[in-house]
Design a protein around this ligand. Structure first.
Ligand code: UDP
Length: 239
């Protein structure tokens, strides 16, 4: 179906096609990148796996009353979405120390945070997505204060829902990244982008085995198996 639609944008993990003035189709790719594009590769079946996982999680979030761009999955690699203008902020939601936070403070990965921590990065490949404060966001006019308050509120609710879903299947949600956008049709702020092993840190509850993109970033091997394990634990099927 995507061959007939106009390509609007090609990102690192997805291609966005125009469906109508208010809707787009996102096609998930197998390409994998890390460290601001310095590391490139491909993960077998990643497009299909992430499309299925992200579709499922967005469906759950829609059910829980969190407004999202997700309408439905249309085929193995594609989903139909509400068209949004993406706010150029990455929202990092953290339950445990890991990755850049562990490095910054010299705290061992896997140490529990006393409370959920939200951090922000400015979405800019040219600048390498620098970490920014809420004051930066408002001063640079990246969004309004009321939108930032809503982003924080939704992000904490998303965290509650996702932690529960993953905990139930023996997975610890260490941290994750969210993106928000303004819906073209309604002008509402809604959750956008994807939620998948590419954008979350997911550790086995018992063994702490990493089931996410750190396997690619850190050359840990068995990447496809780890992504598949997340899919299967969520009781989803490769189809
Ligand atoms: N993350 C992401 N895309 C990014 C940066 C981070 O999906 O461009 C996710 C990452 O997978 C992790 C969380 O956000 O689940 C926190 O990332 P961190 O800042 O620790 O990333 P690192 O610099 O260690 O990759």
């Amino acid at each position: 179906m995507s061959s007939k639609m106009k390509k609007l944008y090609e990102g690192k993990a997805k291609i966005i096609f125009s469906k109508s003035s208010n809707q787009v189709v996102a096609k998930y790719k197998d390409d994998a990148t890390a460290f601001n594009n310095l590391k490139k590769g491909s993960i077998k079946n990643k497009g299909i796996i992430n499309n299925i996982i992200s579709s499922y999680l967005f469906e759950m979030l829609n059910h829980c009353g969190i407004p999202t761009h997700f309408i439905k999955r249309v085929d193995q690699k594609s989903q139909l979405l509400k068209k949004v203008d993406i706010i150029p902020i990455e929202v990092l939601v953290r339950n445990y120390f890991a990755g850049s936070l562990s490095k910054k403070f010299g705290v061992k990965e896997g140490t529990k945070l006393s409370d959920t921590l939200i951090e922000y990065c400015y979405k800019s490949d040219k600048l390498g997505d620098p970490h920014i404060s809420t004051e930066h966001i408002l001063n640079l006019g990246l969004c309004e204060l009321s939108e930032l308050e809503l982003i924080e509120n939704y992000s904490l609710r998303v965290n509650d829902v996702l932690r529960g879903i993953f905990y139930a299947v023996g997975i610890n949600l260490v941290d994750f990244k969210l993106e928000f956008g303004i819906c073209k049709k309604t002008n509402q702020l809604i959750l956008a982008d994807e939620i998948s092993p590419d954008t979350c840190r997911l550790w086995d509850l018992k063994t702490n085995k990493k089931l996410d993109k750190d396997r690619f970033r850190r050359d840990l091997g068995n990447i496809e198996d780890a992504y598949l394990e997340v899919l299967e634990r969520l009781n989803l099927k490769l189809k």
